[in-house]
Design a protein around this ligand. Structure first.
Ligand code: PGA
Length: 255
């Protein structure tokens, strides 16, 4: 069985002091819920302090992006090697990175390779725009994103990473996909694309998250879907109470 994961994407929120406070509150409120992988992804500057705050608690830390090169003249960027020892996970190709920072399927693929080579676990994001959704292009587009992001990897590498399906129209809008819609794409598109490229056994082992306006109210129904193994949570992960409720609901669903 795939272990469920609740991953919080804090985006560009919280100072270092605030991030430590939030991490401590989360650490304390989800202590002992070992059946769910709990991951928090603060901004780069907060990583050392947050990592220290949650060390040994079972709460893991992730970064929100990284560069693919080992080092060099890339002003402002952070490499996978710099993240080693600080984080276990790294979000790659979030739609906000694709939209505002010109990330492409090609750079996402380079980053996934670099993260794995450094021993980090990528959380690879895919998802269609509102226009693509309305035009009925979701299946073709998202399937293509999955295959492009994972190109050149081995099956063993793929089953060790995480894929997050996040329809852009659902991110930060309060309009989550219905549990059925999310299941359809996570299963019929994302897992199916992994199966086509790497075989059914790899696809069955790979964890697939849904993201986009998840909260303590809708997470139960979402987590009941057979092909949804967790959530990448934005806004609701900034509130310790709602994040903890989502972790606990998930533990109940998987009991
Ligand atoms: P949201 O963000 O939960 O605030 O919609 C999700 C994400 O962007 O990962």
């Amino acid at each position: 069985m795939r272990k469920p994961m609740m991953a919080g994407n804090w985006k560009m929120n919280k100072t270092v002091v605030e991030a430590v406070g939030l991490a401590q509150a989360i650490r304390d409120s989800v202590a002992g819920v070992e059946s769910v992988d709990r991951v928090i992804c603060p901004a780069f500057v907060c990583l050392p302090a947050v990592q220290q705050a949650v060390q040994g608690s079972g709460v893991a830390v992730g970064a929100q992006t990284m560069h693919w090169a080992e080092s060099g003249a890339y002003t402002g960027e952070v490499s996978a090697g710099m993240l080693q020892g600080l984080v276990e996970y790294v979000i790659i190709g979030h739609s906000e990175r694709r939209q505002y920072f010109a990330e492409t399927d090609e750079t996402v693929n380079k980053k996934v390779h670099a993260a794995l080579a450094a021993g980090l676990i990528p959380i690879v994001c895919v998802g269609e725009s509102p226009a693509q959704n309305e035009a009925g292009e979701t299946h073709r587009f998202v399937g293509g994103q999955v295959k492009a992001a994972l190109a050149g990897l081995s099956g063993a590498q793929v089953q060790g990473l995480i894929i997050a399906y996040e329809p852009i129209w659902a991110i930060g809008t309060g309009r989550a996909a219905t549990a059925q819609q999310a299941q359809e794409i996570c299963g019929g598109t994302v897992r199916a694309a992994v199966a086509e490229a790497f075989g059914g056994a790899v696809a069955q082992a790979t964890r697939i998250l849904y993201g986009g306006s998840t909260n303590a109210k809708n997470i139960g129904e979402i987590m009941q879907q057979p092909d949804i193994d967790g959530a990448l949570i934005g806004g609701a992960s900034l509130q310790p109470d709602s994040y903890a409720a989502m972790v606990k609901t998930t533990a109940e669903v998987y009991r």
